[in-house]
Design a protein. Structure first.
Length: 265
């Protein structure tokens, strides 16, 4: 099947839109309500009038019983040339799927610190917008360094995120992750980890992290909706202590059980 997007679509010409990525198993999108809610909230905060019923119907049409990565993209639609047009057409909505494999789970990540910084003061810092060039360039740096992902710091030199994930550090039974004010995205798996951690006896703090905090932690891991929970094993050539951490193993098991992935595979 083929599809086309207008050359006047603002998502194509200006990156004027938002997107969401989720995993579907047995025809069911995991954490669907949260994914759709976050997408709509991001679109509405930009003044894009996306309708829930239309988004839900498009997802239903795209999802099959096969394990899949489901990407939903919403743009402002087509408009005349210029940064701000007095009127636009109906928002463009595209839902695509690609194969998902459980082999993506648990793959360790070696990190390098990106040279670019994330602007935590930007009005889009907490939105999953189509303007991903900063992350693309950071991923390019990681590839050039022969590692798996890049750690992105904010303008204050504190941890914001990686190119594709939220960051957690576990130290002495306390799980720390940067608050949204540090410039990270409100990740769906980030929220799930913060919910189940207390059930495993772990305290949770949304507090700023310096790169040195990661190097001194008992465990460092990354979360996103495709890989769920991923151990970080190296930062800028220095080893990180994660693989042997019992709390990390329990948290990973608990997260997979909570989302039901073990029963579905």
């Amino acid at each position: 099947m083929t599809a086309t997007v207008s050359i006047e679509d603002r998502g194509f010409t200006l990156g004027d839109g938002v997107f969401d990525t989720a995993v579907a198993l047995n025809g069911i999108v995991l954490e669907r309500e949260r994914h759709v809610g976050r997408l709509l909230a991001a679109a509405h905060s930009l003044g894009i009038a996306a309708l829930r019923a239309r988004v839900e119907a498009a997802i239903d049409d795209a999802v099959t019983p096969e394990p899949a990565i489901v990407r939903t993209t919403v743009t402002r639609g087509s408009a005349a040339r210029g940064l701000w047009s007095a009127s636009t057409g109906e928002p463009t909505l595209v839902v695509t799927t690609s194969p998902w494999s459980p082999a993506l789970l648990g793959q360790p990540a070696r990190l390098v610190t990106a040279t670019g910084r994330r602007n935590e003061f930007s009005p889009t810092a907490n939105l999953k917008t189509l303007g991903y060039l900063d992350h693309i360039l950071a991923a390019r740096e990681a590839a050039a360094a022969g590692v798996d992902d890049a750690l992105i710091l904010n303008t204050q030199g504190r941890v914001a995120c990686t190119t594709i994930a939220n960051v957690f550090a576990l130290t002495s039974g306390t799980l720390r992750t940067p608050p949204l004010s540090e410039g990270c995205l409100p990740g769906i798996m980030r929220a799930r980890v913060m919910e189940i951690a207390p059930e495993l006896g772990l305290a949770v703090e949304e507090r700023g992290l310096a790169p040195g905090d990661l190097k001194g932690a008992d465990a460092v891991f990354l979360t996103n909706s495709v890989r769920f929970l991923r151990p970080a094993t190296e930062l800028d050539g220095a080893l990180l202590a994660t693989a042997s951490c019992e709390a990390f193993a329990a948290l990973r098991h608990g997260l997979l059980a909570e989302v039901g992935i073990e029963e579905k595979l």
